[in-house]
Design a protein around this ligand. Structure first.
Ligand code: ADP
Length: 365
């Protein structure tokens, strides 16, 4: 074993248990040590905060408690290997890996491990830093760089198509005005409708590519949702879908860009309608304040979302529909994130559930 190399000007301090104890307890990284049996024998305050287990729940437990199941077996092998050979590929290096919190969440960590022999027994110590916030920031940065590149290419294409399309639309309209033969009129009307659809698509695409500027003002969320729901209600009822609105009794006032927020709800309702239009069902819109957030749930009883689709839902241009643009959800994501919120989806009982989380405090402006 290497000679002791801890230097401290205050010699008395170095031998003081209080100093070491103070360092371990005040560290912002988790410090976790295990014995040769892979059991936790040291667990500091930061470890409690990061992993969610109290010290009395963690001490004496197998380290597997803090590891994702895929990593647990491998980790034990490293320890066994080290005890046999005195070598390990993971000791003395800073590495990135995954750990598991008490609530089951698997999260990214940076770990540096060391081994020390005390009274003839090896103790393995890991200093663990929770890097989930850093990873999330990197992911967002990468995503926004990718989007910026896509945005530039898209604006150029939109620009090239838009002007000739407007010219075609104008020409068809002027022919329509003069045409009296019903068969020819039908054909011209068909062309005109398709031109309009393409114009709408181009405007969605260019809106998507532009940076988002919100115009927020204080709005009663309940009335806004109800208003949007009433616009859609006839379309749902027309195909035998029941519409349910669940909301708390109190007013929820929140600073939103009204038009942009309506756009998100329209997208979610339109998707729910399309998911259910074959077999009827129930559309549910629920508003629920929860702590410092307000949650808005849009639930349908459609076929739900397959796992491989779930992963790509919010990716621009991802669609499973014949005439879909794949832009509705990515625009919605952009709008909700600009409001400082989150939007995500999961399968719910018989169908899909979309959840919008907005920061909210009573008396918010
Ligand atoms: P589009 O509707 O043009 O396809 P979106 O971005 O709104 O674009 O949706 C992307 C994809 O997400 C859809 O093509 C569909 O596969 C899936 N999706 C969205 N909402 C639902 C839902 N309520 N139920 C099932 N699948 C959904």
């Amino acid at each position: 074993m290497a000679e002791k190399r801890v230097y401290c000007l205050e010699k008395d301090l170095l031998s003081s248990q209080d100093l070491l104890h103070g360092i371990v307890e005040s560290a912002t990284d988790a410090i976790v040590a295990i014995n040769e049996e892979h059991h936790i024998i040291l667990y500091n305050l930061a470890a409690e905060n990061i992993f969610g287990y109290k010290v009395e729940e963690a001490l004496g437990q197998d380290l597997d408690l803090l590891l994702p199941s895929a990593v647990a077996g491998k980790h034990r092998k490293y320890v066994e290997e080290f005890l046999k050979t005195g070598k390990s590929p993971v000791i003395g290096r800073i590495m990135e890996g995954k750990a598991r919190r008490k609530n089951g969440e698997i999260f990214p960590v940076q770990i540096s491990r060391s081994a020390t022999k005390i009274n003839g027994h090896w103790i393995f110590t890991a200093i663990v830093r929770d890097i989930s916030a850093q990873k999330e920031m990197e992911r967002r940065l990468l995503e926004s760089e990718k989007l910026a590149a896509v945005g530039m290419a898209v604006s150029r294409i939109v620009h090239e198509i838009k002007n000739p399309l407007i010219a075609i639309g104008g020409l068809v309209l002027s022919l329509l005005k003069k045409e009296e033969d019903p068969k020819k009129r039908n054909k011209l009307e068909l062309v005109f409708r398709e031109v309009q659809r393409l114009e709408k698509l181009l405007s969605d695409i260019s809106n998507f590519a532009k940076p988002l500027k919100l115009e927020r003002k204080k709005i009663d969320l309940l009335s806004l949702c109800q208003e949007v729901l009433e616009v859609y209600r006839p379309q749902f009822e027309e195909v035998g879908i029941r519409v349910k609105f669940l909301a708390p009794p109190q007013k929820i006032e929140i600073a939103l860009d009204e038009n942009r927020f309506k756009e998100v709800l329209f997208n979610l309702l339109q998707n729910a309608l399309e998911a259910m239009s074959d077999n009827g069902g129930t559309l549910e819109l629920e508003i629920k304040p929860e702590g410092k957030k307000v949650l808005i749930f849009v639930r349908d009883t459609g076929p739900g979302i397959p796992q491989e689709v779930l992963k790509q839902l919010f990716t621009p241009f991802f669609t499973t529909k014949k005439r879909g643009t794949g832009l509705g959800l990515s625009i919605s994501l952009k709008i909700i994130e600009a409001h400082g919120g989150r939007i995500y989806a999961r399968n719910y009982e018989k169908g899909a559930e979309f959840i919008i989380e907005l920061p909210y405090q009573t008396g918010d402006s």
